[in-house]
Design a protein around this ligand. Sequence first.
Ligand code: SF4
Length: 231
Amino acid sequence: MQPDYSLSHYARPVLEPPQGVRRLLLHSCCAPCAGEIMEALQASGIETTIFFYNPNIHPRAEYDLRKQENIRFAAKLGMKFVDADYDTENWFARVKGMEHEPERGARCSACFDMRFERTALYGAEHGFSLISSTLGISRWKDLEQINRSGERAAARWPHMAYWTFNWRKQGGAQRMIEISGREAFYQQEYCGCIYSLRDTNARREESGRGKIERGVKFYGRGGEGSAPSLE
Ligand code: SF4
């Protein structure tokens, strides 16, 4: 039977950004996490620019696929999309010595810091006073860790704030899955970096599931019904 992607079971809240700001720079990690947030912002009339800055994603083919999925959806909504650098050398330098940290640990804080610092820099240079990120909608992430990182990045600039909205609540997490299925987004199976790929593969092999096959799984083509894995 065809899944129901009507979104009819959930009333989407009207979003009220802090201090009445109506223009947002939204760091995006991938289309599945961004989909519901982008639709909710648009439905609330908040002028949103997507900032895709994720030099953590490895390998390049995975990065390109995640980015193209996000570009595809931004184009569908008519939303501005900033394709930022893929400066992997800087990312590896930033997390050096933390290669064996677990997910949600110090390496992830450094990873968030780097991505949000660049988001805040771009925001400051382009007249934004509010930034946020799609990262927090994933149940695999520590929302507090993300919010603290976002606030640290925003605090580097005068008159800049990080919006700590919990996108998972009020049906957001469910709509994220529904939109991913409706749009047949690519479904990644690891957070993004080479270390998360290594650790996810190790866990899968331990449980007899075999390694991840990258680039082959899409929501709505057998992948619906589960949360976006990771970012
Ligand atoms: S596991 Fe995810 S958040 Fe943590 S360092 Fe790797 S890509 Fe970044």
